[in-house]
Design a binder for this molecule. Sequence first.
Ligand code: BGC
Length: 757
Amino acid sequence: MDINNLISQMTLEEKASMLNGLDFWHLKGVERLGIPSVMVSDGPHGLRKQAESADHLGLNASVPAPAFPTAAGLACSFDRDLVNEVGQALGDICQEENVSVILGPGANIKRSPLCGRNFEYFSEDPFLTGEIAAAHIQGVQSKNVGTSLKHFAMNNQEHRRMSTSVVCDERTKREIYLAGFERAVKKGKPWTVMCSYNKIGGVYSSENPRLLTDILVKEWGFDGYTMTDWGACCDHIAGIKAGLNLSMPSLGDAADRQVVEAVRSGKLDEAVVDAAVARILNILFRFTENRAKNPEFSLGVQHHLSRKVARESAVLLKNNGILPLASKGSIAFIGAFAEKPRYQGGGSSHINASEITSALQAARSVAEVRYAQGFHTDRDEVDEALKAEAVALAQQSDVTVLFAGLPDSFESEGFDRTHMRLPSCQLDLIDAICAVSGKVVVVLHNGSPIELPFAEKVQAILEMYLGGQAVGGATVDLLFGAVSPCGKLAETFPMRLEDNPSYLYFPGDGDTVEYREGLYVGYRWYDAKNMTVRYPFGYGLSYTTFEYSNLRLSGDTLPVDGELTVTVDVTNTGRVGAKEIVQLYIASAHKGVSRPVQELKGFEKVYVAPGKTETVTFKLCKRAFSYYNVDIADWYAENGAYEVRIGASSRDIRLTALVNVTGSPALPVRVTGDTTLGDIRSIPGAETVIGPLLQQMAQVFGGQGEGEENAMGESGDAMMEAMIGYMPLHALKSFAGETFTDDAMRQMIDALNAIQK
Ligand code: BGC
């Protein structure tokens, strides 16, 4: 399709209309020019296509579709291929249902465990977020259906999400909150990006030229179209100017007239409208011109895939050897979630699941299982009758599997949690059952971490997250050892809510939320504070054991533009075949800019047969060693030593090796009267400009002639050295004698800046 030619045939009115939706889910078309109206629809853990009346909160029914585990669980798979497979399944159903773009994945960082939408987000870590989001995008788009990476950006809470303004420093934005989007955009190449509702630094994301144009398009090379979150448009014209291409849902015809008037009155350049239309048409035709002739789609096959995905995403948090369960003996399944699993979250991602398998149903083909409901999922209060029945059943059984979790009313799009606890009735029941049984396995259904006060009392904990419609089958596969658990946590489980770094600053006051914890989000905080956590980032158990050995680096130095290859051997030292997630963290081992203790920069998931060894390979380049330097507005890798850490979790580092990064150009020091002598000394060649002055200062402060001893000995020398080093240039006017005038200082500043050009 010759897009430019098409645009040249469009009237201004037609072009304006393309920047504003037709209704809730469709873009406008232009019939006379053969531009069809296409549909976009929610996901992203399955397709939510509303056939009849539309709403964006998941209130009205949608077509039946398979529900996969939500992002929180999916990320725990640490498996790019698996996530890609889920993406392909989504692409297939979109082809079947004629949906051009599925609205997701969500790449917002989990700043607080309280965010009501954490179940829709991948991780507290931007590298993992970006890698998993990219795999999801690539999977969907391999079927010629678009994705909408969302919510760009800094939508990290639901509380006042449509009006709150985020205050965050630039380095934190780049390293934590934008880095996941950056990786997803550069690697995944999403067809569309959805902006967030909130403001950043007082500017709505939907009107933010820095975000939508400078960073997204110019820096990251995004070539699709941008759209609002549903109802996020505040000023349509300001949005278009900032780089927003499509407002959804429709703003009505008045908005189209507004664009026409703005162009006619010279307030809006028609070329900006043309460019936005071109972006939309490019993607629109990419879909319509590549429609699948016979979409390969089967609800049954996708249900089966959903079970596999849930299995591979689940995380075994504790096991004293009780798991896997033998199918003989008396087994009690207790807890309402055994019968009715909580497998997805509430809000716009809510899917009309095509089929649901409960654990109770799945277990009946494996073992004899007796069931007691134990509690009501919609209540906090204990139901004494249900409790008594459950305790009695536990007492009569060899093993009790207790299905606990967060009810819908506790976590959802639209509001945040206020605490991290399970409902009281569930905690009470767990205690009561532990009092009568020494064999208790807890299965968890939740979209975000919870406090686990019973962790020491029970014998095993299996975290299923919101595991999709086949979660019951997957739970049974894992409980009875059909396969080994192989997921690891994509987020830290702190001991208690108060330990979380955002605790004091979440969700902010009024319409302002300050991200005062800065870079120290998730494990970056817990590690820096050396805090005890319930379960660390990257942690998860298996039914086998792995040994790590033979860490090799392709070199002990890394020229800054080179590539480092890291390999490590993983041996399955247990009796069952299983997958292991090998993690690579980088830790600075030199004195330099302050940064987190360690950061995830690689992960690989590998199947290892019992007794066998597999080699895992990572490739690292400059970015893995870089921090975002706000002065040069770019990523910068300091020269110096770094530790390459290979771990089974962030707190279980098995092997380390050092590498020296070399060849990074020195950072320019922008010299002013406030620049300290210490910083000036670090400028190559500065000695020639400030040498005589320094000698003079040494004499003033040393107070001794050449060859004379300092009265305080070595500590006096160190003090003098420090005092001079921390002294800004302007202070020398008082200390360096009369020759150091304002003019002399200015000349020196110019000379120091000149030698760095
Ligand atoms: C949500 C988006 C969703 C959109 C359309 C909004 O409320 O924030 O994630 O895609 O509605 O339903």
